[in-house]
Ligand binder design. Structure first.
Ligand code: SF4
Length: 207
């Protein structure tokens, strides 16, 4: 049964309630995993993805599949450094199942996104990260209200005192990276992110 308090004083109690959240199922949506997220108090960097995939849903750990490997390669972080640096969350936190046409995962509906924003809002309030990565178009839209990847990849934004960098989704399904000018945008974005990670002391970069 979903429990949401009117206020949270610790990430631990927020995570306890988030871990058993069934709000979307109670609203009639067919989710195929329990909530997936990972992080701890004191982390100064935060990743917002779209939603867990099937692998993440089974393992109940974010960024376990191929997209996670690509993301770590972009960030030049090994697994240990990645999970110790970033609090990993997503717009929705339960595997939404496959898309009706069979290509890729189902995009969470606006209602599911809105239901799940409760957890993100409290995480950001309690964690107060210095660095936020918004991975993919949906996360960028939910976090910054921006709709064009072309216009925002490679740029730095601010949100409640945090530096925010949108990145394209590393799933391999997106064709956005096929264009050379977009590869250049990604390289610029990663340069900026690497600089922030160095400042934050994410010392295990593989560079
Ligand atoms: S997607 Fe988010 S709001 Fe919906 S059931 Fe999962 S954790 Fe709860």
């Amino acid at each position: 049964m979903t429990r949401r308090r009117s206020s949270y004083r610790s990430l631990a109690s927020l995570q306890r309630d988030n871990a058993v959240c069934r709000a979307c199922v109670e609203a009639g949506y067919p989710l195929e995993s329990r909530p997936v997220f990972e992080g701890r108090a004191g982390q100064s960097a935060y990743i917002l993805g779209q939603a867990p995939g099937i692998v993440e849903g089974v393992e109940r750990r974010p960024w376990r599949g191929r997209a996670g490997q690509t993301l770590r390669r972009w960030l030049e972080l090994d697994e240990e450094a990645f999970y110790s640096t970033f609090y990993c969350a997503s717009v929705t936190r339960c595997f939404p199942g496959r898309a009706a046409g069979g290509r890729g995962d189902r995009t969470p509906t606006p209602r599911e996104q809105a239901l799940c924003s409760f957890w993100r809002d409290w995480e950001l309030r309690l964690l107060r990260p210095q660095l936020i990565l918004a991975i993919g178009g949906l996360a960028t839209r939910r976090l910054l209200g921006l709709t064009s990847l072309d216009a925002c990849i490679g740029e730095r934004f601010e949100l409640a005192g945090a530096a925010v960098f949108p990145l394209p989704h590393p799933s391999g399904r997106s064709t956005w990276l096929n264009r050379p000018e977009n590869r250049a945008r990604l390289e610029r974005a990663l340069e900026l992110v690497h600089g922030e990670l160095d400042l934050a002391g994410a010392g295990s970069r593989n560079a």
